[in-house]
Ligand binder design. Sequence first.
Ligand code: SF4
Ligand code: SF4
Length: 248
Amino acid sequence: MDIAKLKQTLAGKSGARLKLWMEICARCGLCAEGCHFFQSDPRPEHVPAYRLKPLAELLRMNGEVDEAVGEAFMQSLVDTVYGTCTMCQRCSMFCPHGISIAFLVRATRALAVSQGMTPQGLASGLANALEFGNNLGISEEDYRETVEWQLEELQAEMPDAIAPMDKKGAEVLVTFHPRDIKFYPQNLYNYLKLYNAAGLDFTLTSSKGWDSTNIGLFAGDDPAATELCGRVVAAGENLGVRTVLSAE
Ligand code: SF4
Ligand code: SF4
């Protein structure tokens, strides 16, 4: 374990908001009502506030994890904050203090990232996003072909339908969940149909800025999240759009 990096990441994450929320959580459990994990399997470890346990312990130890138990501790942290939380924020609606469990879970995930412990499924999706510009590793050629294919289908129903690629000065840049390109192209068809029917002045981008999911954010990897978000912003700025329409 890299204790120095762990302490540094913990210190970087321990701003006023994090400290306040960690201190005011009353362990009342009211947030359980909002969590789909608890609702489907009402175990104590599925109460949203339970996800704060590893962070609370690390704060108490000031990041000084005993090397002898460190690996096991970090593995249980990973299981807790990645395995049973989708960061959906529903539980915050039920918390009398409005504590954002998702915010605190993401901060805790960053501690796992600092030790190279991002779960494999997320790590490979993130590697895809950084290399190909989308978390499913869809090539630019396949992306373009899928758009052209769905536009062709749509034009059988709406002859004037368009799907402009890299249109400078469009009002809106539309982005997609890669799943809709790779597995559910019918969704792309429906989006294009809606945009055309609404008369939206839109464009798609052929750059690596069309994936709106930001798996870096979900993984808790701040540098990667910043890079992926920056690509969408850059795509919008290069095209001179006024709005970016995000799929998530
Ligand atoms: S997060 Fe809010 S609702 Fe949940 S235990 Fe803490 S204070 Fe109670
Ligand atoms: S953010 Fe996590 S803990 Fe809260 S409701 Fe969603 S899955 Fe449950």
